[in-house]
Ligand binder design. Structure first.
Ligand code: ATP
Length: 147
C-alpha cells in the first residue's frame, strides 16, 4: 500500500516535510478529517486546532492556526497561517498569550475586539494542548536504548 508524503508550509518556512506517512488527522472546517493513502483529491480549509501525523507507529502532534489542505495522488500539502510541533512551542509565550486574551475578554472596555481576543485565546489553548499531548506521548513511550 503506498503511503503519503506530507508538506506543511507557512509564508515563512517549510515547517514539516515527511515521506511514508500512514495517517494524517487535520482539524477541517467541517470537523476532524482523516487522510490515508489513496484518498480522493481534496482541497479544503483547516481551522485552528491540533494536527496529528502518524508514521511507523510514531505520532507527532502539531498546533495549526488555520489554512488550507490539498490532497492529490498521495501527496498532501498544507498551507498554514502558523504551525508548530509540540516540542517547538514556547509554553511561557502561549501561557502569556492566554493570560492576555483572558484579561481582554474579562474587561468591559468598549474598545476590545472580542472576536480577535477569542481567536487569540483559541490559538493559545490549542498550543498548550499540543504541548500536553506531546509530553503525554513521551511519558508513555519506552525509554531510548542505552549504550
Ligand atoms: P503571540 O501573541 O504570542 O504572538 P499569536 O497567537 O498571536 O501569539 P501567531 O500570530 O499565531 O501568534 O504566530 C506568529 C508566529 O509566532 C508564527 O510563526 C508562530 O509559529 C509563532 N508562535 C506563536 N506562538 C508561539 C509559541 N507559543 N511558541 C512558538 N512559536 C509561536
Amino acid at each position: 500500500m503506498p503511503k503519503l508524503s506530507v508538506d506543511i508550509v507557512t509564508a515563512e518556512k517549510l515547517v514539516f516535510s515527511e515521506e511514508d506517512v500512514d495517517l494524517l488527522v487535520v482539524p477541517g472546517i467541517e470537523g476532524q478529517l482523516g487522510v490515508l493513502s489513496l484518498h480522493a483529491p481534496l482541497l479544503t480549509m483547516i481551522q485552528p486546532g491540533i494536527l496529528r501525523v502518524v508514521k511507523g507507529g510514531e505520532e507527532t502532534a502539531m498546533a495549526i492556526t488555520g489554512g488550507f489542505i490539498e490532497v492529490r495522488e498521495n501527496r498532501v500539502t498544507i498551507l498554514a497561517d502558523a504551525a508548530e510541533r509540540g516540542e517547538e512551542i514556547d509554553v511561557a509565550r502561549a501561557e502569556e498569550a492566554r493570560r492576555r486574551a483572558e484579561e481582554r475578554l474579562a474587561s468591559r472596555e468598549a474598545t476590545i475586539d472580542v472576536v480577535k481576543a477569542e481567536m487569540a485565546l483559541k490559538r493559545a489553548l490549542m498550543r498548550l494542548k499540543a504541548v500536553e499531548q506531546t509530553r503525554r506521548r513521551r511519558r508513555g513511550a519506552p525509554p531510548p536504548p542505552t549504550g
